[in-house]
Design a protein around this ligand. Structure first.
Ligand code: SAH
Ligand code: SF4
Ligand code: F3S
Length: 470
């Protein structure tokens, strides 16, 4: 790395160089330059976008919501086909913007860019794109921009994979009071339908000391809630020089003063240990919410999906957690229409939904991803059948969550106030430990504070309540 001790130092150098470029451009234009980051996909991408924004703001750029900015970056997702379609929609619009303002810089990054066919298509049909990079080198934004401004020709830099984790880059958080914290990157599970391991690479865990340093800093800045992020958080720490379990990491995070709530996403049912359940049960900070992706209730399909658990394993795990952590709230992910899904298989999924009573669920229509084993499987399910099953699934999930909601009414619980409610004057929106939203009358100064709210009414997926003083 020549004259630099760390990658962060090197990037800091490029940020400063770009800062010089920025000031010259600002002088020429007589105004500040704007930047816009459009984020698609999951919390990993949202977190990455905070880092991209941190770098751009360190250079001097001023954030705007409008895609008609001096630099617009699309942080892409490819988990399902509709994520890809969405990007091409945006690009059609941005092309017109760039015709109006040829100095505009358009960049694409994130998961979709890790697919060769996508990059080929962009190079051929979207020639106005200036910058393409992937998931493994987002830390290089300032350096890539520097080379772009020097050469004024498109820069494409995609890495196949990486073992590197770059720490200490700037970041601009979306919320002042809560923050995602990466604890690991990548995934080794290769569920047969899923493209994530191909675009995010193999599992890499951050060192506990780096994670704790970040969380202490967040606490010092006033953050009350952290969400520990990884594709399979309970395989955290296995490959560290000194292995640390996810349960142990949680206990360390609990010690950080100022952090009042801890969440995590996503655990994999196959790796969910008794240790983790105990740590959660004994903790006053870890939220009693378990997002446990089930995908299907059919043991046959779970096997074809390469999930490594059966319907019974999943049910037993859910019962065990409910018993040890009374009042725990469950949410899940479910795929409808996986190749070969029969009516009987689907009934098994409904059966688990009825038994576990999820508080909510992300439901997805199976999407064929080129390069995954499931894409080669026969018996793709037809569209009408999928639509019918999807509707029945939503109805069943709703019935379960309504049932759960009824038990909440009358209770008084701590709520982290997140925002002013846009729909109703004078109302605020906050989140219970269970992750369920509650709307209540309050002042906007409450945002970021934890207050006691008495739940007065259930509305299906959310509650109405009133603040209790003191
Ligand atoms: N690592 C997490 C999240 C992965 S992506 C996990 O294991 O749960 C989030 C969700 O997208 C998955 O849980 C799955 O339900 C869904 N998903 C992934 N690939 C999909 C595909 N090809 N078609 C439809 N849904 C998919
Ligand atoms: Fe995809 Fe499975 Fe990894 Fe989740 S655990 S990211 S669904 S391969
Ligand atoms: Fe999408 Fe990448 Fe997340 S494919 S779901 S943004 S890891």
């Amino acid at each position: 790395m020549n004259q630099f001790n760390t990658e962060a130092e090197k990037q800091q150098y490029y940020i400063e160089q770009m800062g010089v470029w920025y000031q010259e451009r600002k002088k020429e234009l007589g105004r500040d330059l704007s930047c816009c980051i459009v984020t698609m996909g999951c919390q990993m991408n949202e977190k990455d976008s905070e880092k991209l924004l941190g770098v751009l703001e360190s250079i001097g750029f001023v954030e705007t919501e409008s895609e008609e900015a001096d630099i617009t970056l699309f942080n892409t997702c490819t988990v399902r086909e509709n994520a890809n379609t969405k990007l091409y929609g945006h690009l059609g619009y941005v092309k017109k913007m760039k015709e109006k303002n040829p100095n505009m810089i358009v960049g694409l990054c994130g998961c979709m860019m890790q697919e060769d066919i996508v990059v080929e298509k962009i190079k051929k049909s979207y020639r106005f794109v200036d910058l393409i990079f992937g998931t493994h080198n987002i830390f290089k934004l300032a350096e890539l921009l520097y080379h772009y401004t020097k050469s004024n020709s498109p820069i494409i830099d995609i890495w196949e994979g990486t073992t590197e984790i770059v720490e200490d880059l700037p970041s601009d958080r979306k919320f002042s009071f809560k923050s995602g914290v990466n604890i690991m990157y990548g995934c080794n599970n290769f569920c047969s339908y899923c493209i994530v391991p191909y675009v995010r690479g193999r599992e890499r865990s951050r060192k506990p000391e780096d994670i704790l340093k970040e969380i202490k800093q967040l606490a010092a800045e006033g953050v009350k809630e952290v969400m520990l992020l990884g594709q399979n958080v309970n395989s955290y720490g296995k490959n560290l020089e000194k292995p640390v379990s996810f349960g142990e990491l949680l206990q360390m995070v609990e010690q950080v003063d100022g952090i009042e709530r801890i969440r995590f996403m996503t655990p994999h049912p196959k790796d969910l240990s008794d240790e983790l359940i105990e740590v959660m049960a004994n903790s006053s900070k870890i939220c009693h919410h378990m997002h446990l992706p089930m995908q299907s209730g059919s043991t046959k399909l779970l096997s074809a999906m390469n999930r490594h658990y059966t319907k019974e394993d999943f049910l037993n795990l859910a019962y065990k957690i409910k018993e040890r952590i009374p009042g725990v709230s469950f949410t899940t992910d479910i795929i409808v229409g996986f190749p070969g899904e029969t009516e009987e298989d689907f009934e098994e999924t409904l059966d688990v939904v009825r038994k576990v009573k999820f508080d909510s669920a992300y439901t997805y229509v199976y999407s064929k991803r080129t390069g995954t084993p499931a894409a080669m499987m026969d018996c793709q399910v037809d569209k009408d059948t999928i639509k019918d099953r999807f509707d029945r699934l939503l109805k069943t999930i709703k019935e379960g969550s309504r049932d759960n909601r009824k038990h909440g009414v009358g209770k008084t619980e701590p709520v982290l106030v997140e925002a002013v409610n846009d729909h109703e004057e004078g109302m605020m929106t906050g989140r219970l430990s269970s992750n369920i939203l509650v709307h209540f009358k309050g002042e906007k100064e409450l945002v970021g504070k934890i207050v006691q709210v008495k739940i007065t009414e259930e509305k299906g997926f959310y509650y109405i309540g009133e603040q209790i003083n003191g």
